[in-house]
Design a protein around this ligand. Structure first.
Ligand code: MG
Length: 449
């Protein structure tokens, strides 16, 4: 059976991996299992095409469809509460040539592995509950989903008056974030906030390298903070008034501290900075926001996030909501007060964090000629045997193999998409981290033989 779902739904190059035929089949599979669905899309050039195909598949199986147009993913996930399920057409932070589909439950959680497997099985076996001519689903549209989302956010954040630059990267955040912040009382300056599926301004992934225009604009205009989203605005990253990009581990720590939660959930590759800053129970999950959301639901933790920019506030929604996160961050910074003595920067008003030295790298398993001696799975099996034969006692195998040592930790994880094994190492000291990284690297190189 072909594997369609990755850790963030179905995603691939348009009309190569993800085409109208596949979208129709996904629609028929979803419609065979659900009586009603709400559908939304990001502004990619392919999204409207896939939208029509999905709607056709849903209606063909008797599912009533409500189309809410171009919206952010969290807007769609919240709207899904009024239907049996939600369908979002987006390739998230991937470049413009990608398309994708992500499916949502009523509670704001993405379809879990069991649900994804059932969709894949139905597509593989052509097992669709096609309706007769007089039982086809209906098609309607709604234009109040964004306003409902805005109101839900504004109910839980107070007024504040910071000057904020918002860089939506021409993605779906353009439909909502500037308006939310303005209605909070902020002075909002928009950057790249007109919808454009070519993503002409920057790569949609909100990394430090992709946000130089935002950093420069914040400094040039003397703004208090800069906010950035990926293509569908489930992610949010920020730069402070000096133009410094705030790393995801720092943002995660600040949200965790401010949540007053008794416990939080983060993926297994998150910096120890978060554990030290939060100081209470931290649940570790597989890498991927869907696993963080599932853990939050399972244990009732108060906050969850991924350093890549996905922040989940379960009292608001189990879907990572970059717009709500932007409003929260602006509110926190405003509440703590940029006028605090000595607080000349955003991170100056937020609680001081411990310093950690984290190193990430990867080892390619294909040689110069592209020969792959072992697959990532085979290498990981050998890594597992090697690690178990050592004196290491604190080994975690939630996702890859993580070894916690007395002065730091390392994680060895296979890539799901390329012949690569990733290594993360961390301690409080740069040299110690380097030696831990070297140790992990030697384990992987030994496992490749
Ligand atoms: Mg996204």
């Amino acid at each position: 059976m072909t594997k369609l779902f990755g850790s963030s739904g179905i995603r691939g190059i348009v009309n190569k991996d993800v085409d109208p035929l596949l979208a129709t089949k996904v629609g028929m599979a979803v419609g065979s299992l659900h009586k009603s669905a709400v559908i939304g899309r990001d502004p990619r050039t392919s999204s409207e095409m896939l939208n029509h195909s999905l709607i056709a598949g849903l209606v063909a199986t008797g599912c009533d469809v409500t189309d809410i147009g171009v919206v952010s993913t969290p807007t769609l996930a919240i709207a899904a509460g009024d239907y049996d399920c939600g369908v979002m057409i987006t390739a998230s932070h991937n470049p413009a040539q990608y398309g994708g589909i992500k499916l949502w439950n009523k509670d704001g959680c993405a379809f879990d592995t069991t649900q994804q497997n059932e969709i894949e099985r139905r597509i593989a076996e052509n097992d669709f509950a096609l309706a007769t001519w007089d039982e086809l689903g209906s098609i309607s549209s709604r234009d109040d989903a964004i306003e409902s989302h805005i109101k839900k956010i504004l109910e839980s954040v107070p007024k504040c008056t910071l000057t904020v630059v918002v860089d939506c990267g021409n993605g779906a955040g353009s439909t909502i974030t500037p308006y939310v912040l303005r209605r909070m009382g902020c002075t909002v300056i928009t950057l790249n906030s007109q919808l454009d599926g070519h993503f002409p301004s920057r790569n949609p992934e909100p990394t430090k390298e992709n946000l130089t225009m935002l950093s420069q604009t914040v400094v040039a205009l003397g703004a208090d903070i800069g906010i950035a989203h990926d293509g569908d605005a489930d992610r949010m990253m920020a730069v402070e008034r000096t133009g410094r990009f705030i790393p995801g581990d720092e943002l995660l720590s600040h949200f965790a501290i401010d949540s007053n939660a008794e416990s939080i959930a983060v993926p297994v590759d998150t910096s120890l900075l978060v554990n030290k800053a939060f100081g209470k129970k931290v649940y570790m999950t597989r890498v991927g926001d869907v696993y963080v959301a599932e853990k939050l639901k399972e244990v009732g933790a108060g906050f969850g996030g991924e350093p890549s920019g996905s922040w989940i506030f379960p009292q608001h929604s189990l879907c990572p909501d970059g717009i709500y996160a932007a409003a929260k961050l602006v509110e926190i910074v405003s509440r703590l007060g940029l006028s605090t003595p000595g607080a000349s920067t955003v991170t100056g008003v937020l609680p001081p964090l411990p310093t950690m030295a984290l190193q990430r790298g990867k080892i390619r398993l294909d040689g110069a000629k592209g020969n792959i001696c072992k697959t990532p799975a085979q290498v990981m099996d050998a890594v597992g045997i090697a690690v178990e034969s050592t004196e290491y006692v604190d080994i975690t195998t939630i996702d890859g193999i993580r070894v916690d040592l007395k002065d730091g930790w390392f994680l060895i994880r296979p890539s799901g998409t390329e012949p690569v094994v990733r290594i993360t190492a961390e301690s409080e000291d740069v040299e110690v981290t380097q030696s831990i990284y070297n140790l992990a690297e030697s384990v992987v190189l030994g496992a490749m033989k």
